[in-house]
Write a protein that binds this ligand. Sequence first.
Ligand SMILES: Cc1cc2nc3c(=O)[nH]c(=O)nc-3n(C[C@H](O)[C@H](O)[C@H](O)COP(=O)(O)OP(=O)(O)OC[C@H]3O[C@@H](n4cnc5c(N)ncnc54)[C@H](O)[C@@H]3O)c2cc1C
Length: 408
Amino acid sequence: MRRTLIVGGGAAGMTAAIAAAREGDAVTLLEHTDTLGKKILSTGNGRCNLTNRRQGEEFYHSENPGFPFPALDRFGFEETLRFFGELGLFFRERDGYVYPRSLQAKAVRESLISELSRKTVEIRTGCRIHKAEKMAGGTFLIETEETSFEADALILACGGMAAPHTGSDGSGYRLAESLGHRLIPPVPALTGLFAASNPIKKAAGVRTEGTISLYVEENGKRRLLGSDTGEFQITDYGISGIPAFQVSRHGARALSEGKTVSASLNFLPEYRKEEAEELLLHLLSGEGDALRILCGLFPEKLAAVFLKKAGIPLRVPAGLLGEKRAKTLSGLVCRFPLEIRAVNDFSKAQVTAGGVDTRDVRAETMESELVSGLYFAGEILDVDASCGGYNLQWAWASGFLAGKQGRP
Ligand SMILES: Cc1cc2nc3c(=O)[nH]c(=O)nc-3n(C[C@H](O)[C@H](O)[C@H](O)COP(=O)(O)OP(=O)(O)OC[C@H]3O[C@@H](n4cnc5c(N)ncnc54)[C@H](O)[C@@H]3O)c2cc1C
């Protein structure tokens, strides 16, 4: 019987264990924390957004851009619903975002754990791994603090470095490197953006609709890295919320390379640029003070930040502003500039961008190109995705393929 050993009992590792056990392998799952699937419990604010009906290349990122798609073609949205449906889960879908019907992430984790037990997967928790090596005879030797294991196939599913309190502390990268694999330097992704001397700090706590566009300076030119629209939150350090999360991976990578990153915030994203300017100029030519007029469009704290930045006294009668100042104001509303100094660290990030270089991994099977019988699954690989169920979709898809080990 083929012995498959999996390191990491998260979303990807558990899926890999189930797929391998269904193939008839003798499967052992090693997890270094005291429990399986800790991170799943915090996903989707405890509700677990496990996949998304809207799939597309734009949602998945890697330095090797085509890599995720053979896996997602084989185990995509429909296969994920079928897989969990067979484990007894029912679903709730909102705008394509899929959750367990109970809206409890625990239900997702428990469905996997029950299947592991039904398939008699041997589970070892609290297991610290010192060493993993490929032996001359072709098998793998994995040494832990207490014992050692021999296996015909080894699957590394240790996650990245995001939310390390859930167990993903980067130790999987050391195992991959010890087996000869290269890394794309890991950086935090799906996380908040820190603004230098945060000019919108006075509006901290405000949640508002807007578009964030992130730019990098290269050879004296500004290049757009990414842009997203939705509800973001102004914080005392900068910007948080989904649009900031979505662009953060690009900012984190550029900052890690020592580049200058800036953001432009548009607080009237529902209007075209000229329409927004026209609207503001029209409103500011009317009666009442500037602050009161802007409060018809924006939360007061934010309106006050715009006026202060434009050097306009809050209570100045709007009619006295003059076209030049009104234009400065409308420029700020539609293109508020922020210098981005950093992104939040791994403790606050939802995922890791970077990881095991996928150029050394076969996209059809998740097998290493360098060491036969070695497979990777989930976030340990240099694949990260947008918010919306796509990171878990990647964990399920790559976990399933790694567990299959090239079997049809
Ligand atoms: C707060 C939060 C909310 C999120 N919400 C969503 C969401 O709603 N939808 C979505 O799609 N994605 C979400 N994500 C991202 C998603 O949870 C991850 O991308 C996904 O869980 C990755 O699965 P994984 O199995 O690859 O890694 P992990 O879930 O990190 O699992 C890795 C496992 O390996 C273990 N391990 C690590 N190193 C070793 C070692 N050396 N030896 C033994 N065991 C080891 C770890 O303890 C852990 O149990 C969220 C993430 C966070 C932090």
